[in-house]
Design a protein around this ligand. Structure first.
Ligand code: ASP
Length: 479
């Protein structure tokens, strides 16, 4: 058995782990083994995520310092930074727009039963009437229409149910606390006052700022005085890269544990599982379609045209080169639902397989893992419009433009951990006067969509780092 796994490439073994994990989770739900799965299998998934996160922070620190210390001139850093942020913004806005187009064409919210949508609409109007500072988003008024009088009791129950969910109320509070503050707060938050606090709280942007500052100061000091520091940093960097390789050897098993644990938590019985997919199936398909479009069409298209122009490879070969190179990171993003946990592997794939110079990958990817979330922004756009459709609400073009803006900002503000995008969705819903408690509706299916959007987030980072490397002449194709 072990011989069989040894002979396969790692990504095949990870796929086998994923498949076995899904089958196991399904059996757990059907035969009632959920407790066993949660108590005895899922903890290994948690260990896996912990290990990856353990490596991520020091790896980012040492690789950025080491990258900067190899830099010939510090001015290229500013140019690289501007390009990175520019490309990241463009891809994010593009992703939101793809989401908006797909959800407006397919209209997943309109697939629900009309009676249910009327009740939903009435409960929305009750919420608007009750909530200070919130206005109607369209001109319809179901509340004053006698045609809908029969639905009122149900609507009132639904409204009470909506706003009495304590778990969601806590999330809404969290998101609202995040919203307060001045316009420059995000810049202030990027500069650490105590680097150990930043390590402790995993504040990636602060760690990046510190690493850049340290690296730039390092090259400003005469080499003979800091030779020891430089070799220590380079050596430590190598050790952390080795740790990634070692953890990845066990990844197929860990991925099995992670996925079976996560999926088994989704539903207690087969009936429950069926209900979730029945009511949210079309919405889930729309999100997945948009995300797949980014991963299989947009990113490879950008890169294949770039790669095939600069090398002997044909367009199709270049497509395969990119997809194959980034695959381990994609599979890991899917399993962990966390761009931060996947970061060490993304860095390895982009450098080792795609040939991006470490100077670029160590700088562009950690920033990307924190601020560039194309999948999250696409998902947020689809979710908001779906929820509006589900409540018989028509959003005007002006509202959709607000969604492009807030979904872009919200995805930048989302932490690179599971479910962060769902919490920031609250901000997007509020920006267009919709009820933030609606996140409870899509919650049951969120983890699976989180897995998919994290794949897009990571692929987007890899794409942009390859683009930056190409324009900087720092891409060494491995062919
Ligand atoms: N889990 C996502 C990530 O880490 C963020 C989100 O959309 O929830 O990239």
């Amino acid at each position: 058995m072990f011989e069989f796994f040894k002979k396969q490439p790692l990504h095949i073994n990870i796929i086998i782990g994923l498949l076995l994990g899904s089958v196991w989770a399904y059996l757990s739900i059907v035969f009632g083994w959920n407790d066993f799965t949660t108590n005895w299998i899922a903890p290994f998934g948690t260990i896996f995520i912990n290990l990856l996160k353990l490596i991520a922070v020091p790896l980012v620190l040492f690789s950025i310092i080491s990258g900067v210390s190899h830099l010939s001139d510090a001015s290229s850093l500013g140019r690289m930074g501007a390009k990175t942020i520019g490309f990241y913004l463009i891809t994010t806005v593009f992703a939101v727009t793809v989401g908006l187009v797909v959800v407006n064409v397919v209209k997943p919210g309109a697939f629900a039963d009309d009676n249910q949508r009327i009740v939903n609409r009435l409960s929305y109007e009750l919420w608007v009437e009750d909530t200070e500072g919130v206005d109607y988003v369209d001109d319809q008024r179901f509340l004053s229409d006698p045609k809908y009088a029969d639905f009122m009791t149900d609507a009132m129950d639904k409204y009470q149910e909506d706003i009495s969910d304590a778990a969601v109320a806590e999330k809404v509070n969290q998101a609202n606390n995040k919203e307060k503050g001045g316009p420059l707060d995000f810049v202030v938050d990027m500069v650490p006052s105590n680097i150990f606090v930043s390590f402790n709280k995993n504040l990636m942007l602060q760690i990046i700022v510190f690493a850049l500052f340290f690296g730039i100061s390092l090259i400003a000091v005469p080499k003979d005085k800091v030779q020891g520091v430089i070799s220590f940093v380079n050596g430590a960097n190598e050790v952390f890269i080795k740790m990634v390789e070692l953890v990845m050897k066990a990844a197929p098993f860990f991925v099995f544990a992670l996925l079976s644990g996560v999926l088994a938590k989704m539903a207690q019985t087969e009936q429950e599982l069926f209900e979730i997919f029945k009511s949210l199936g079309v919405y889930a398909l729309v999100v997945t379609f948009g995300l797949a479009f980014m991963v299989f069409v947009i990113y490879p298209l950008i890169l294949s045209s770039l790669i095939s122009k600069k090398t002997e490879l044909s367009f199709v070969q270049a497509y395969k080169y990119f997809m194959k190179g980034i695959r381990p990171a994609q599979l890991l993003a899917f399993s962990t639902s966390s761009s931060a946990a996947t970061l060490p592997v993304t860095m390895e794939c982009v450098h080792e397989n795609l040939g991006v110079d470490e100077e670029i990958s160590s700088f562009v990817l950690p920033i990307g893992a924190t601020v560039n979330m194309d999948g999250t922004s696409l998902y947020q756009a689809v979710a908001v419009i779906f929820l509006a459709q589900f409540h018989f609400i028509d959003l005007a073009i002006s509202d959709q433009l607000i969604i492009i803006l807030t979904a872009t900002l919200a995805s930048i503000g989302s932490a690179a951990v599971p479910s962060a995008g769902l919490i920031m969705l609250i901000v997007v819903l509020q920006s267009v006067n919709l009820n933030p408690f609606w996140i409870a509706i899509i919650f049951p299916i969120d983890r699976i969509l989180d897995m998919c959007r994290t794949v897009v987030n990571v692929t987007g980072d890899a794409t942009v780092s390859t683009m930056v490397a190409q324009t900087e002449g720092k891409l060494h194709y491995k062919i």
